[in-house]
Design a protein around this ligand. Structure first.
Ligand code: M7G
Length: 322
């Protein structure tokens, strides 16, 4: 799409990411594709968040376990007048200058983002089940003795990551790639972002190297990779979406769910779960810490939250660490 379509005054660019005609057609095509949840049999509600307008459910699809996340999409500023003009209003109550209505929007303006994991493993189901949370402090030694053996045997498959790197999946969603095997990465929208508006912008940069599990493995040897991700990632997001680096939160999760190094790029005003101090580590802090001390992340204690049913919490308990 040409730059000029981004909006001359920059306002439309700030409200809606570029979605070219091809994307719109693909979206339309996807509507008629198979409906993987048509046969969904509800087993139980894993989590219900009325405030976030989302619900996480576990069920069966043709005898296979499935986790489905339903989430009402944020309002799109560029379709507000269409929404108000074309919807039906049903009056609920009226009093003086106050009135409330039920607004029945046309389907295309009333989307529910739906994420399907099928077949879902026990770990997927646990990930979304509401649980009591504990904060753990892990020393470098704890990582090597307890965490590393645990994640080597228990962590989620990163096949989806390899599919992206090998262009077997989501190839049409990649917004930038640096193919260099050491310093290169792929930048694409996180599957949590429907790309309809920029308020909840969320992209991930996935490194080509396959030998870096997480923040813990990083040393000064990786500084070129990290500064490359920061500069090219920020540059691409500025050019493609009109969002400057000062509006971005760029960070790692520790612990991540998927042990293949990746960096989260989110809109700074979007309070996405996982961006708090107990889990997020800003890329620029990581770079500076490694510049000061190459073994910073090998040695220092790192805190992170774990849910009550997490097997790693059990390992820390058995070792008398909590
Ligand atoms: P994480 O910190 O390892 O785990 O981040 P988290 O899910 O606990 O945050 C992995 C990121 O990759 C998350 O932001 C996920 O939403 C995103 N993600 C996960 N999967 C399975 C996919 C996928 O198949 N495609 C894309 N584009 N993003 C994904």
């Amino acid at each position: 799409m040409a730059e000029s379509e981004n909006g001359k005054d920059g306002r439309s660019a700030a409200k809606r990411p570029k979605i070219d005609a091809e994307d719109e057609n693909r979206n339309a095509g996807e509507q008629s594709a198979d409906n993987p949840v048509a046969d969904f049999q509800l087993t139980r509600i894993l989590r219900d968040s009325p405030r976030e307008k989302s619900i996480f459910i576990h069920g069966k699809v043709k005898d296979q376990d499935a986790v489905v996340i339903l989430e009402k999409s944020p309002f799109r500023q560029d379709s507000l007048s269409e929404l108000l003009k074309t919807s039906q209003l049903k009056l609920e109550m009226q009093n003086d200058v106050y009135s409330t209505y039920q607004l029945h929007a046309p389907p295309q303006l009333n989307e529910i983002k739906t994420t399907v994991m099928c077949p879902a493993t026990e770990k997927h189901i646990k990930k979304y089940l509401h649980q009591e949370v504990f904060l753990l402090e892990e020393s470098g030694e704890d990582y090597r003795n307890l965490t590393l053996p645990y994640i080597s045997s228990q962590s989620f498959s990163v096949q989806w990551v390899y599919n992206i790197l090998e262009k077997k999946a989501e190839a049409d969603r990649v917004v930038f790639e640096d193919p260099d095997p050491d310093a290169g990465f792929v930048l694409l929208p996180d599957f949590k972002w429907d790309q309809k508006q920029l308020q909840d912008l969320y992209l991930i940069a996935i490194v080509h190297r396959r030998d870096i599990k997480s923040l813990r493995d990083l040393t000064a040897e990786h500084l070129t990779l990290l500064t490359n991700i920061r500069s090219k990632g920020e540059d691409t997001i500025q050019k493609k979406y009109g969002v400057p680096p000062s509006k971005l939160r760029v960070y790692f999760h520790y612990q991540p769910s998927y042990y293949h190094l990746h960096v989260h790029f989110t809109a700074v005003e979007y309070n996405v779960p996982g961006c708090g101090v107990e889990r997020a580590h800003l890329l620029s802090d990581v770079i500076q810490n490694l510049q000061l001390d190459s073994s910073y992340y090998h040695n220092r204690s790192l805190s992170f939250p774990l849910r009550a049913d997490d097997g790693l919490l059990q390992r820390f308990r058995e070792a008398g660490k909590i």
